[in-house]
Design a protein around this ligand. Sequence first.
Ligand code: GDP
Length: 332
Amino acid sequence: MLAAGRGRRMGGAKHLRPLAGVPLAERVVRALLRTSAARVRLVLAPDDAAGRALATRIGVAALAAEDPDEGRAASVRAAVRAAASDSRGALFALADQPFLEPDDFERLFDAFRAEPGAIVRAEYGGEPGSPVLFPADCFAELLLLRGREGGRSLVERRRERVRLVSLPPEHGRDLDAPEDWPAESAPLPSAAHMERTFSIVKPDAVRGRKLGAILEAIEASGLTIVATKMVQLDQPKAEGFYAVHKERPFFKDLVKFMTSGPVLVSVLEGDDAVARYRKLMGATDPAKADAGTLRKRFATNIEQNAVHGSDSPDNAQTEIAYFFSATELVKR
Ligand code: GDP
């Protein structure tokens, strides 16, 4: 999500301007967090403290465009440099399009999956527009962009590779200048705080036949299950999942435990789903968990603690993509 512009036409910091109480950048990031994108990053001007605070509040990583006065190219380069080495492509979304829905982004991702070499671009009523998704083999050329040049020049040079995906023109509306700003009563995109989180019912709880009770508690809490499946983790899969803990003394035991039997992996959706599910789970150590939490009720000890839940929307996105493909997530 590119939000490093100075917003001169808007009198500054357009991406932080609220639309019905929610900053534009937050709307777009939250919509992206509800797609199958493996990672969402917010590109900001290096001195944008308010933008960084927003990223922290939402729970996504912020990147600094080295020279925001240079224009769009500096943001594109920052995003490309931060892309993971296994990244298959990158979609560049803009804060000025706060009406795009998760489904709109998903249609661009679908088109890319159907034809992985394509440059996928949104089109509104026959007019090409943003966002644009570039495959990884375009990254080297994107790093050469300078100044006000966005990816568009590359799109023009690679016209034969461009695939247009038609999206509803009212979703693509651009809030570029003050006169584009809708009245406060204008229709709003989907709920701004809707989030996804990733859950595992660990081998101890599956073995102990606690699945039903845990899913019941999840549903009773108001969270909605939008994907679920039973899987047996093998060592590489478990090690990859817990890679952040690989230096910890308990890593080996943890991997052994997580591969000791099948687990149930799920995607949960709801307002502030990440924080709500962490609250329902309780503290890592069941001895310290509040009464009524899943870990208090079902965990044996700090390791065999019945459930996993993502600790940030950013990690949720990565963890969901680690286990589920886009087509496995339903709409409810
Ligand atoms: P979580 O986010 O609450 O799951 O906690 P962490 O991310 O800190 O740890 C990941 C998982 O590692 C926990 O859920 C436990 O299963 C395990 N774990 C954490 N701390 C310890 C520990 O001190 N000893 C052992 N054996 N396992 C631990």
